[in-house]
Design a protein around this ligand. Structure first.
Ligand SMILES: [Zn+2]
Ligand SMILES: [Zn+2]
Length: 391
């Protein structure tokens, strides 16, 4: 579990904020992140977060408990259900709707009133890092069940109509009242003859064979906001499967984002990391190097005496953050490359430099016995011998 954020920070209010400020801050954020209104990829999580913060800070007792003991104080005293008890969300959402669904969101249930809802669908969308950075609009191809256009979902051939089910009298349900020690219990079951629809199709539609739904591949436009990351999803309301019976609400379509790894940049939230090679002379003498960014090139001043692994920060050259709250940075780590294929001249210069540093070369170091004055070295002797043999 990630650490819980401070409730005041979540709502963007100060610790001294009054009741009115807290309410208006919550209302503003709730408008933005209400999952039934918002298409932001993390709307539901954000909405839960702000609603919980509001539930605590709008209640004087809970707020005091939180001020004194933080999240631990709240967790030890209240269950999730307790937190939301007595919070007047309807008041907040008056004229905007959706207040009653808050409880459903946290505790489930309650959503299935009336005709049943169509299934939600999931679509996995792969993006490049560049696409995630700029955001984009794209079209996805989604196979799904849709309302049959021929019969408008009734399942009955055009010109005919379904007839009322005689078993249940068109209610679709059998209701039974039973007297028990706890009072009268009402139980209801779906009518087996009409499957709970209350109607029976006698002349089925030819296109859907009476099902009322047909399978189609539908092209759907998706707008990806800039800054999305793997694991986040967008919710497209009502773009899931059609409800199994007429009048039911269509399900939602969830587009899950996967950002593919990049060949050069590694991402950490809104920051990017890049490895850039530099030569020993650039590292030693200092240099102005060019590095790629996600949108073009940038220059970095590498000061003289730069050590391998040094990291330079290019502010604002990372990924944009979701919700337009700025841009991350690009961190460039320089790798000093040791040259391996040297020309004779380069080698000579480096040897001179080594001598200047007072360094002994490995080859010399290994040869413990130094030739005395006038004495020929081993290699010279071999050369002489070879020459002699050729002559
Ligand atoms: Zn049909
Ligand atoms: Zn029936």
């Amino acid at each position: 579990m990630p650490e819980k954020k401070d409730y005041y920070e979540v709502l963007g209010v100060s610790k001294e904020a009054g009741e009115k400020d807290i309410k208006s801050a919550y209302r503003k954020l709730a408008m933005k992140y209400h999952p039934d209104k918002s298409d932001e990829p993390d709307a539901e999580d954000r909405f839960k977060e702000i609603s919980e913060a509001y539930a605590v800070l709008s209640d004087p007792d809970k707020r005091q408990q939180y001020d004194q003991f933080g999240h631990a104080g709240i967790n030890s005293q209240y269950s999730q259900e307790d937190l939301f008890r007595g919070v007047n969300f309807e008041d907040i959402f008056r004229g905007f709707g959706g207040g009653e669904s808050i409880f459903d969101m946290f505790f489930g249930g309650g959503r299935r009133r009336g005709p049943s809802r169509g299934n939600d669908l999931r679509y996995d969308l792969d993006l490049t890092l560049e696409q995630a950075s700029t955001g984009m609009e794209t079209t996805i191809d989604v196979p799904r069940a849709e309302v049959c256009p021929t019969c408008s979902g009734s399942g009955a051939r055009p010109g005919t109509s379904p007839v009322k089910c005689t078993s249940c009298g068109g209610t679709g349900q059998f209701t039974r009242a039973q007297n028990t020690p706890f009072g009268q219990m009402i139980s209801s079951t779906a009518c087996p003859k009409c499957g709970g629809k209350g109607q029976i199709v006698t002349t089925p539609c030819e296109d859907c064979r009476g099902a009322g739904r047909v399978h189609r591949r539908r092209k759907i436009n998706v707008k990806i906001p800039q800054g999305v990351d793997s694991g986040q999803h967008l919710k497209l309301r009502g773009q899931g499967e059609a409800a199994p019976e007429p009048g039911g609400q269509a399900g939602d379509l969830y587009v899950f984002i996967n950002v593919r790894p990049h060949s050069r940049f590694t991402r950490s939230d809104s920051d990017l990391m890049l490895e850039a090679p530099i030569s020993i002379t650039q590292a030693t003498l200092g240099s102005d190097i060019e590095v790629p960014t996600l949108n073009g090139k940038a220059r970095i001043k590498v000061p003289s005496g730069t050590q391998p692994g040094s990291v330079f920060r290019l502010k604002g050259k990372g990924m944009p953050r979701l919700h337009g709250s700025g841009t991350g940075d690009l961190h460039v780590r320089v790798n000093v490359r040791t040259p391996s294929a040297l020309t004779a001249r380069q080698k000579e210069l480096l040897e001179e430099l080594a001598a200047e540093f007072g360094e002994q070369r490995a080859a010399e170091k290994g040869d413990k016995r130094k030739p005395e004055k006038g004495e020929k070295s081993l290699i010279d002797k071999i050369v002489d011998e070879v020459k002699g043999a050729v002559q």
